[in-house]
Design a protein around this ligand. Structure first.
Ligand SMILES: Cc1cc2nc3c(=O)[nH]c(=O)nc-3n(C[C@H](O)[C@H](O)[C@H](O)COP(=O)(O)OP(=O)(O)OC[C@H]3O[C@@H](n4cnc5c(N)ncnc54)[C@H](O)[C@@H]3O)c2cc1C
Length: 470
């Protein structure tokens, strides 16, 4: 089965779907190859006993009118309804060693007031830090590309300082530093490794506003599917790309089911280490390949899902529970500290997800390994006990614990164990979207940034490079 297209996008996650939409909107005959059974399986969530559980989307910044997300949803023809989260406490941060509970507020003055009240001795530094976040964000192309036309790579190039360096420069309180870096859960890179610029773009943008999307991940997938169909793109699910060859100026993409797709432009949005396995051998220099293979992964996720008793408990805030005031410590590979994110859905009855970070060790989370189920049960018991002792009001509201997912589950749905792909380490090799093969590009969450908006922005940048070169 040979099919010819102008463009083929490998991987039907948000990055791939956005790339395909942009190409199709420019009139290119475009196909998407997705290994999973649906587009963006990570966003799809799942249902048990009539309750829907979110997996790859809970909240985002910049979705208000006039914001980047609002603009881009319109440009992509995505029919989505964002709704604002609780302004005075969209995130509730529990610092276990000190017992402090801090409510993150959005709106710069609101947040400043809350922080000043909690840390009066650091008032001047808090004001200066928030000014610096605002200034960095306003200069960044990342969330302003609908307003400014700066250098193409300004969003991609991360430069020092790291978030940790900035926090150490401004603040004394370890608790305050922990509060301001707990959003590392949202991108999977510790404060000592994430650049301050990336922190501002991904987490600092939440200081302006925080949003959910009506219908969550399922609604996002549906909106993409509808717009792709309207724009004439072809979606192939259960189509895993296993090899890319470069012949006579064309890219030949072979799938596991014997399919062959031939195109001029090919964008791979799969994990860069998977890409190296399927790409033509001369895609990069050997030294560069070795450096990509050495790049560190973000942690994986272990998630415990439960149904809450109807009408008993509805919390509008996300909860972050950290067991070390040094947030770098919660990323340690030995898993000595337990830290997690708790999300309450908007549905009725409510779904509860307790998402804990774990290092993506392939051995430990190999579904076929004999210790897999034992490890999974043990981990679930630890989390259940934690919830019972730390948050008895939540424990009392649980109707039943249902499912457990591990990094092996993420692997099944996204092809790789790590929750957010490669770490965006300010001091490590950057993967640029172009390759040595003309018309073969690499995109996705590991290239510029993870998250719904990070993936969309990555696709937009790659699209700008492609449209300039064709
Ligand atoms: C538990 C969790 C919670 C999250 N919560 C949020 C949130 O609240 N807000 C937010 O903004 N973001 C959140 N994210 C992040 C966000 O979901 C992702 O960063 C984003 O969806 C990544 O999109 P992507 O297209 O870059 O990658 P992916 O979604 O990983 O897309 C890559 C696709 O390629 C497919 N694939 C792999 N190999 C092949 C192959 N050989 N051939 C064909 N297809 C292949 C995979 O199946 C996958 O669908 C969360 C992520 C997780 C895991």
């Amino acid at each position: 089965m040979l099919k010819e297209y102008d463009s083929v996008v490998i991987g039907g996650g948000i990055s791939g779907l956005t790339s395909a939409l942009l190409l199709a909107q420019r009139g290119k005959k475009t196909a998407i190859l997705e290994a999973g059974a649906t587009i963006s399986p990570i966003m799809n969530g799942f249902s048990r006993k009539g309750v829907h559980f979110e997996t790859g989307f809970h909240y985002a910044s910049s979705l208000g009118e006039g914001d980047f997300g609002h603009y881009i949803f319109n440009k992509l023809g995505l029919d989505l309804e964002p709704f604002p989260l609780l302004q005075d406490g969209y995130d509730e941060i529990h610092i276990l060693p000190t017992g402090r509970v801090f409510k993150m507020a959005y709106g710069k003055q609101n947040l400043a007031n809350n922080l000043h009240e909690a840390f009066p001795e650091e008032k001047k530094a808090i004001t200066a830090y928030l000014d610096r976040v605002e200034n960095t964000l306003s200069k960044s192309f990342f969330l302003n590309m609908h307003k400014k036309q700066d250098s193409l790579y300004s969003a991609a190039i991360d430069s020092p300082p790291s978030l940790q360096e900035v926090l150490d420069e401004y603040f004394k309180s370890p608790e305050l530093k922990a509060i301001l870096s707990v959003s590392a859960f949202l991108h999977g890179t510790p404060p000592s490794k994430i650049s301050f610029g990336q922190h501002c773009r991904i987490s600092g943008s939440l200081y302006k506003s925080a949003w959910g999307i009506k219908g969550g991940g399922l609604a996002i997938n549906k909106a993409y599917k509808n717009s792709l169909e309207r724009n004439g793109a072809d979606i192939f699910v259960n189509a895993k790309a296993v090899k890319i060859e470069y012949k006579d100026g064309k890219k030949h993409i072979f799938t596991d089911k014997g399919g062959l797709f031939v195109c001029n432009t090919c964008i791979s949005t799969v994990h860069p280490k998977i890409f190296l396995n399927i790409a033509p051998k001369n895609v990069y220099r050997e030294g560069y390949k070795a450096r990509i293979n050495e790049l560190e992964e973000t942690p994986g996720f272990f998630t415990l899902y439960a149904i809450l008793k109807d009408g008993k408990y509805f919390k509008k805030s996300n909860m972050f529970v950290v067991s070390d005031t040094n947030i770098n410590g919660i990323f340690s590979p030995d898993m000595k500290t337990r830290s997690y994110y708790i999300n309450f859905s908007n549905s009725k009855p409510q779904a509860l997800s307790i998402i804990s970070l774990v290092p993506p060790s392939e051995q430990m989370w190999d579904k076929k390994a004999p210790e897999y189920n034992i490890k999974k049960e043990k981990y679930a018991e630890i989390l259940k006990k934690d919830i019972a002792s730390l948050f008895p009001e939540i424990a009392d509201s649980i109707e039943e614990y249902l499912e457990v997912s591990t990094p092996a589950t993420t692997r099944r749905f996204a092809g790789y164990y790590s929750g957010y792909g490669l770490m965006h380490d300010v001091n490590k090799t950057k993967i640029l979207p172009i390759t040595k093969i003309p018309g073969l590009y690499i995109s996705g969450r590991s290239i510029i940034a993870p998250g719904l908006l990070g993936a969309i922005i990555t696709a937009l940048l790659v699209d700008k490079i492609i449209s300039k070169s064709t």
